[in-house]
Design a protein around this ligand. Sequence first.
Ligand SMILES: NC(=O)c1ccc[n+]([C@@H]2O[C@H](COP(=O)([O-])OP(=O)(O)OC[C@H]3O[C@@H](n4cnc5c(N)ncnc54)[C@H](O)[C@@H]3O)[C@@H](O)[C@H]2O)c1
Length: 341
Amino acid sequence: MKMLNAAIIGGGAIHTCHVNALRQMPGVTLRALVDIDSERGLKLAMAYQCRFYQDYREMLLDGEIDVVHICTPHFEHKRMILAALAAGKQVFCEKPVGMNGGEIAEIALAAQNAPGLLGVCYQNRLNPTSQRIRRELAGGDHGRMLSIKAVLTWSRSEAYYTQSPWRGRFATEGGSLLINQAIHTLDLMQWFAGGVTRLKGVVDSGELADVTEAEDSAMATLHFTNGARGLFYASNCHTTDSPLLLEIHCENATLQLFDNALWRIKNGERIKLVSDASPNGAAKSYWGLGHQHAIGDFYAALTDPDKADYTDIREAGKSLTLVEAIYRSSQMRQWIEINQQ
Ligand SMILES: NC(=O)c1ccc[n+]([C@@H]2O[C@H](COP(=O)([O-])OP(=O)(O)OC[C@H]3O[C@@H](n4cnc5c(N)ncnc54)[C@H](O)[C@@H]3O)[C@@H](O)[C@H]2O)c1
């Protein structure tokens, strides 16, 4: 296997998931850490025994770097992706890949013409429960899908927004709850059902109204391409981070994601199919183990083009389309036509 050198841009909350994943991968070395905050960046680079850059454009001139991980605020994603692809790097970006459809189109064009690959981190697709749901649905035994219900209630404190002031603002985050936390849930819903044709949604602010400029709560009704209905509710105003509650009602069975485990209810029996707990029995870590799998799948594609099993720009754009549609629907108080395949 070819030896690969990685750089991470952004040494904030999520970057440790990338560091931990890279540490598990033979043949991959973390070569550089980039952060605009030089005190934080230098400290991290010393701990990881790698180079430090304050300016990502200088890192991109480093010919030893093969893969660039983007873990920065949302408004930085587009220009960093475009610059890294233009520099001939492979790029793995945290969600959301951009802040709106216009940015997605620009990034897609650049990715199409670049020698490097662009992967986006939707690690929840790799959870054992998500993978099993896809297999259960593909099996066809449960009959037609009738509806998907998803409830995401997490807790975000005032400090979460004040410590990283780009959060909660339209100009820098592109929204708040929907584009940052609930985008994973919307992605799973559309992925399980195979796309959305139309939706009607509402966003609002309650507990965090004085803290964030954008929404802290949202709900939506969705119509999926397969004819099923979707009910979605999300809020950052809970007092704890409850595991995602998701229920898929099919003609002959119901699949229930509850407390990080997947249950199948069929013929009066409720059977546990799989859990997202780690193999040593520990509870699911907060962001799950999916980063390791998502990053591993992207690197596998770099070394073997037949293993292109990662979330690309086309797939990453789907949940962002839903986020934008809910914002627009809430503003216009109308259904929004989408017609995803
Ligand atoms: N996949 C997931 O489940 C998940 C979870 C959390 C966050 N995220 C995503 O990760 C990204 C980062 O979020 P976070 O919570 O870690 O943010 P954060 O605010 O904790 O960290 C961002 C870091 O980027 C640095 N930075 C900002 N501008 C920079 C620039 N121009 N050059 C270099 N460094 C710069 C900041 O100094 C900071 O260290 C976002 O896209 C977010 O949505 C994904």
